[in-house]
Design a protein around this ligand. Structure first.
Ligand code: ATP
Ligand code: MG
Length: 201
C-alpha cells in the first residue's frame, strides 16, 4: 500500500479479509510471509514491540463496535490513551475533542446501550483516533448500520483520508468502494485481482 491510500478489500465470507486485516494490524502474526510497515518487518517483533506499533500507528474499527459496555462514551475513548501513558487530564481533553469532532459532545456520559449504532460506531472511531494513527483498519465498519449512518461513517473515513491517513476498508457493500482508490478482490485466502478506481482522489 502507498501512504495515504484508501484501499477496499472485498470477497466472499471466509476468503480471509479479516485475517489479512489482523495481520496488517499486528493483532496476528503470519506463519508465512512478512508484514512491513514503514520499513519495519513487524512479523519479527516481540509482543511489546507489536503493542507499541498498534498503539502508535494503527487505529482499528470493527463491525460490532467493540465498545466496553459498562463505560460511558468518554471513558471508552480514553482507554487507549492509558496504555500510551497520557496524563488523565490530557486524556479527557483529547477524548472530548474527538467526541466533538464526531458530533457526540452531548453524549459523552452515555453508555453504548444508550446510543444508536451509528453513534456507537462514531465513539469507536473517536477511540481509534486517540493516538493519531497513520493507518486505519476498518473491518466492515458499516455492516451493522442503516444507510444514513453508513454514509456518515464513510464521510468520516474520507475526511481522515484527506487529512493523510492510510485506510483499509473491508466491506461487503460494493457501493462503498466508490470512496476508495483501489479494490482488492480476495478469494480462498489470496488476492484474486485488483482494480484501480480513482487515482485522483
Ligand atoms: N482464529 C482462527 N483459527 C483458525 N481459522 C480461522 C481463524 N479465524 C478465521 N479462520 C478461518 O480463516 C478463513 C478466513 O477467515 P476470515 O475471518 O479472515 O474471513 P473473512 O473474509 O473476514 O469472512 P467474513 O466476510 O465472513 O468476515 C476462514 O476459513 C476461517 O474459518
Ligand atoms: Mg471478516
Amino acid at each position: 500500500m502507498k501512504r495515504g491510500e484508501f484501499l477496499a478489500v472485498v470477497g466472499p465470507s471466509g476468503s480471509g479479509k479479516s485475517t489479512l486485516l489482523n495481520l496488517l494490524g499486528a493483532l496476528d502474526r503470519p506463519t508465512k510471509g512478512k508484514v512491513i510497515i514503514d520499513g519495519i518487518d513487524i512479523s519479527r517483533l516481540n509482543d511489546n514491540q507489536l503493542a507499541e506499533i498498534r498503539n502508535r500507528k494503527i487505529g482499528f474499527i470493527f463491525q460490532t463496535f467493540n465498545l466496553i459496555p459498562y463505560m460511558n462514551a468518554l471513558e471508552n475513548v480514553m482507554v487507549p490513551m492509558i496504555a500510551a501513558e497520557i496524563s488523565p487530564r490530557d486524556r479527557r481533553i483529547k477524548a472530548m475533542e474527538l467526541l466533538s469532532i464526531m458530533g457526540l459532545s452531548q453524549f459523552f456520559k452515555n453508555r453504548p446501550s444508550e446510543l444508536s449504532g451509528g453513534q456507537q460506531q462514531r465513539v469507536a472511531i473517536a477511540r481509534a483516533l486517540t493516538n493519531n494513527p497513520k493507518i486505519i483498519l476498518a473491518d466492515e465498519p458499516t455492516g451493522n448500520l442503516d444507510s444514513k449512518s453508513a454514509y456518515d461513517i464513510m464521510e468520516v473515513l474520507r475526511k481522515l483520508n484527506n487529512e493523510g491517513a492510510t485506510i483499509i476498508l473491508v466491506t461487503h457493500n460494493l457501493n462503498l468502494i466508490n470512496y476508495c482508490h483501489r479494490v482488492l478482490f480476495m478469494r480462498d485466502g489470496i488476492i484474486e485481482r485488483e482494480e484501480i478506481l480513482n487515482v485522483e482522489k
